[in-house]
Design a protein around this ligand. Structure first.
Ligand code: PLP
Length: 409
């Protein structure tokens, strides 16, 4: 039973954790692996000649290999680690701006389904380069593919989309977007295709090569690692072509009185001491996924849970009486295990507190996706997000309390 692999549930047997989209709980393998790493394999990496440093470096590089494999990258030199979402996406936006790839009149195309992490860096980039961010509208709460294709004018220099919504759970059809890009642009005018895979990678693998993705980012802690580790993929030709905006130790081959020679890939993008323990935790998390049967197992568990939520919703009276609104598309859209609701009569924070009193962890607010809420003409929502350690009983408990709260309206 997967749930028993997570010590938090032995400590709090009554806990219903429905907030994995914010951050996933950690399995014993990750916790023990990190402890073992800190006790017996830890030192700074980068050319330490002694055994501990070599072990730490080996673990760091093994982690990179695994990260490379789950997104289908061909070379580990195309993967580098940064510290958080803001840093990773800002770094890409800043790099494109400083390299003159995004300039006046250019358009950065994205959609209202995005997390702020894939909007704010582009607004900053646009304000500093006189370019424009075009945020396409949703259609019936879902990604509007036709609208997105129409917005692909020849001014578009960047197409940046999420792999899955952290609010509605909708999985974006990246193949379809890739096909649109091929249809709309001649090869030499092809915009940069950038994917925020933060909500995708905890649930499924992907193939950056066949999708011809230029840059992709995902965060470790939602895949059960330590916090503070973001993984960035960049095509080798691009990582070689662009100059990182930051440099320092670890990212150079040689420094003289006059300047420096940058290190090769990927080190030149990882100045300073990286989050070594975080990288180790990603290795252990991905090994854990392998140990339970790989991503196929994750998909199998989640498919069952998502199906069960739909069954519950069929009989969930408050939804049919209009007391509760489900945000986003219905069964017809492919989704990860994320569902958000709006209750006009109860403030979502009060609702979240009622759940908390019953030991049910949900999240309320705009989930760093204000444009998406604006499109739905609602201020905030209450979100449940499911992961491999959840059970049908968790879903029963959630709906039991939800129904009680709504029955008092
Ligand atoms: C789609 C998406 N992108 C980016 C982020 C930001 O990730 P982090 O909180 O690790 O910085 C999140 C966080 O929820 C997210 O859901």
């Amino acid at each position: 039973m997967i749930r028993s692999d997570f010590p938090v549930f032995s400590r709090y047997p009554d806990l219903v954790y429905l907030d994995s989209t914010a951050s996933a709980q950690k399995p014993r393998m990750v916790i023990d692996g990190m402890k073992d790493f800190m006790e017996g394999k830890y030192a700074n990496i980068h050319r330490g000649a002694y055994a501990l440093s070599e072990m730490a470096e080996m673990t760091y590089e093994l982690s990179r290999q695994k990260a490379c494999a789950i997104i289908g990258a061909r070379e580990t030199s195309e993967i580098f680690y940064t510290y958080n979402a803001t840093y990773g996406m800002n770094l890409i936006a800043e790099t494109l701006r400083l390299s003159g790839e995004v300039t006046s009149w250019d358009v950065i195309l994205t959609s209202a389904i995005e997390h702020h992490a894939n909007l704010v860096p582009w607004f900053l980039c646009a304000s500093q380069s006189d370019s424009e961010v075009k945020v396409t509208h949703l259609k019936n709460g879902s990604f509007d593919y036709e609208g997105f294709e129409e917005a692909m004018t020849e001014q578009v220099k960047v197409v940046t989309v999420t792999g899955a919504s952290n609010v509605t759970g909708e999985i974006i059809d990246l193949e379809r977007i890739h096909a649109m890009i091929l249809r709309k642009f001649p090869w030499e005018k092809k915009p940069y295709f950038i994917v925020d895979a933060t909500q995708l990678v905890p649930h499924m693998t992907l193939d950056v090569v066949s999708l011809d993705i230029d840059f992709l980012v995902f965060t470790g802690h939602k895949v059960m690692t330590d916090t503070g580790l973001w993984v960035v993929y960049g095509k080798k030709s691009l990582l070689q072509k662009f100059t990182p905006s930051f440099g320092g130790g670890g990212a150079i081959n040689h420094v003289s009185h006059d300047g420096f020679i940058p290190a090769g890939l990927p080190s030149r993008w990882e100045p300073g001491t990286p989050h070594i323990i975080g990288a180790a935790s990603l290795l252990y998390a991905l090994e854990y996924i392998e140990s339970i049967g790989g991503y196929e197992k994750i998909e199998e568990v989640e498919r069952d849970l998502v199906e069960y939520v739909w069954e519950k919703l069929e009989h969930f009276a408050p939804l049919h009486e209009g007391k509760v609104q489900l945000i986003g598309g219905g069964r017809e859209i492919p989704r990860i295990g994320v569902f958000s609701f709006y209750t006009p009569e109860i403030h979502v924070s009060d609702l979240a507190e009622s759940f908390a009193e019953k030991n049910i962890a949900v999240r309320s607010g705009h989930h760093c996706a204000e444009p998406l809420h604006e499109e739905n003409a609602i201020p905030a929502s209450i979100r449940i997000s499911l992961y491999i350690y959840n059970t049908r009983e968790d879903i029963d408990r959630f709906f039991e309390v939800f129904e009680q709260e709504c029955s008092e309206l």
